[in-house]
Design a protein around this ligand. Sequence first.
Ligand SMILES: Cc1ncc(COP(=O)(O)O)c(C=O)c1O
Length: 357
Amino acid sequence: MALKNAPFADISLDAFAANVAHAKTTLAVQSQLMVAVKSDAYGHGVAELSQVAITAGADALAVLDIAAGVSLRPVIPETPLLCWLLSPHDDFAAGAKARLDLGISSLWQLDTLSSVAPGMATRVHLKIDTGLHRNGALAKDWPGLISRAAELEKLGHISVVGIWSHLADTSLAEDRLALERFHQAVAHATEAGLSPKILHIAASAAATDLPESRLDLVRVGISVYGVSPFDDRSAEDMGFAPVMALRAPVISSDAKTGIVILGIGYGDGVLPLAPNTGWVIWGSTRLDITSVDVDQIVLHCPAPQVPEPGEVLTLWGDPALGSPRAEDWASWGNTIGDEVVTCLASHVERRFISRSH
Ligand SMILES: Cc1ncc(COP(=O)(O)O)c(C=O)c1O
């Protein structure tokens, strides 16, 4: 195998395209599919994956803030692009000019937008809090928000295209209750004179397990990156394949002690696992992880032979090699798979691999 001296992540554009197409038929079903490409597409590479998502059937994309939306707009000039977390630091005028959809949960956001981008009929999605208490207008503030939105829509400043919320995904019973609250909020908005065409509340988990939450659009993130949102099912069980395979070179090895050093560490964004937790694969041999240090991982190889310096081992995401999955790292680190892939440092090279894109 060729000598490599730095870690890298293979990003399979084919796996991502297949996952998006699978999400479209199994999760969106009769709804539109919005693919979440926030946080640099969960650490995979936002520009490359956004284009593939659209080709594979995504109807819309979503990022967090306006700056992320503005920089992505030239890459995807036509597709609806929702920015769902707005702060006073965001440039609302730039957002309107870039024809972004804005997720609105407060009066100040409506007022800022209409004052800096008057008459532009900027597309907005009003967000109601249905119990998660993370962003979203509280029930007590909803009447004020929808009545101001109706006024501003009449004046041509905004166009209320959607109403949305986000579920806690802690239990189906909680989510059903949240869905009821959501429908009540939509009814109040209709009474206030609004006629939003796109109602949306479900992310990966609810779109999978609570079909009545799919409504007009589902916002799917982690599943299309081939990582499961559940503890009791793998992404493969759901028909999704890993998109990121993280690889690193062996930088030294000693057959006498079985100690093998991999050239990657938590300084590269790998989870700092507790000592003696987890493993990586070498052929058919599992090498136990002794420690994850800042710039290296110390492994112990039980076999009489050890991998040679320069050989590349896979930390996660290559089922054909029998490697661990990102979800395995998540369980070793007591976190979720989202963190495992998203935290990979930006200096680690992403190698986009595709036969068809
Ligand atoms: C508002 C919102 N919608 C959708 C998603 C996508 O969720 P998931 O990655 O679980 O599909 C997220 C993720 O954090 C979110 O915050």
